[in-house]
Design a protein around this ligand. Structure first.
Ligand code: CO8
Length: 244
């Protein structure tokens, strides 16, 4: 795996840590960071030593303040921009990770920042965090999946308010509307993420993978199909256990 400039990748006792590492720019997602994330995620998927991954931001101000606005308008043409996004579908790559992903959010999580966190399964945030989708204010729509991922766990009315107003909300409101799972004091953020990861890892890795598939894929199916899929996954898990 290459040397990374804009992320830090570490592994410790079954937990992989991805740290968005541009603290001076509030961990804004630039092209280099996108490429590095795209390179590192397959190794989380494929490495049997990794059971759970935690995504976090470097420094004490932000998880990520979104796409790097200094790069806006620098792509040679819209067609090339679309081609790059199609070839390196980072958000699709995040969503395809079969292992549990935890976002540890400390500070700003805006635009592509909160959208990345919404590609994770569990979001734990510090009490001073702020969340928002400022795209409309920039003449854009959320394009890092936010218009699709957010309504899958936040009621549509709240999603519309967040997207249409482009206002930021605080951690308590984010908790109230279901955008995040837990709020903790800032100095306990990583401990809580680690504790949650260890709690998850104490369970069977294959069962976790099947459970994640059932939850994530089932959301896109009618209930009857989802129930069938659940049965198939349960049967596959049982037969795998018998043969191993
Ligand atoms: N991009 C680049 N640099 C940034 C970004 C950003 N998104 N956010 C902050 N920075 C930089 C600032 O320029 C500043 O740098 P410097 O010290 O060199 O001047 C440094 O970080 C600190 O920021 P501020 O001085 O502005 O700190 P404040 O506490 O005053 O404000 C805010 C913090 C409110 C977070 C403010 O920085 C802000 O509004 N930032 C922009 C947020 C934003 O609009 N993000 C873009 C959202 S749109 C999006 O993400 C579209 C996704 C589309 C998919 C793209 C895939 C990658």
């Amino acid at each position: 795996m290459g040397d990374f400039e804009n992320i830090i990748f570490e592994k410790d006792g079954g937990i992989a840590y991805i740290t968005l590492n541009r603290p001076k720019a509030l961990n804004a997602v630039n092209t280099r960071m996108r490429d590095e994330l795209y390179e590192v995620l397959p190794s989380i998927k494929d490495d049997p030593d990794v059971k759970v991954a935690i995504v976090k931001g470097a420094g004490d101000r932000a998880f990520s303040a979104g796409a790097d606005i200094s790069e806006f308008g620098t792509v040679p043409s819209m067609a090339i921009g679309r081609e790059i996004r199609w070839e390196r579908d980072l958000w699709g790559m995040f969503l395809s990770v079969q292992k549990p992903l935890i976002a540890a959010i400390g500070g700003f999580a805006l635009g592509a920042g909160i959208e990345m966190a919404m590609c994770c399964d569990i979001r734990i945030a510090s009490d001073d965090s702020q969340f928002g989708l400022p795209e409309a204010n920039l003449g854009m729509v959320p394009t890092a999946g936010g218009s699709q991922t957010m309504p899958r766990f936040v009621l549509k009315g709240w999603v519309s308010e967040i997207v249409f107003t482009a206002d930021r909300i605080d951690a308590q409101k984010a908790l109230h509307i279901g955008l995040i799972n837990q709020v903790v004091p800032r100095d306990q953020l990583l401990n809580k993420a680690n504790e949650t990861a260890r709690r998850i890892m104490s369970n069977d890795a294959n069962a976790l993978e099947c459970a994640k598939a059932a939850i994530v894929r089932g959301l896109d199916m009618p209930l009857s199909q989802g129930l069938e899929m659940e049965q198939r996954l349960a049967a596959a898990l049982t037969s795998e256990r018998k043969t191993s």
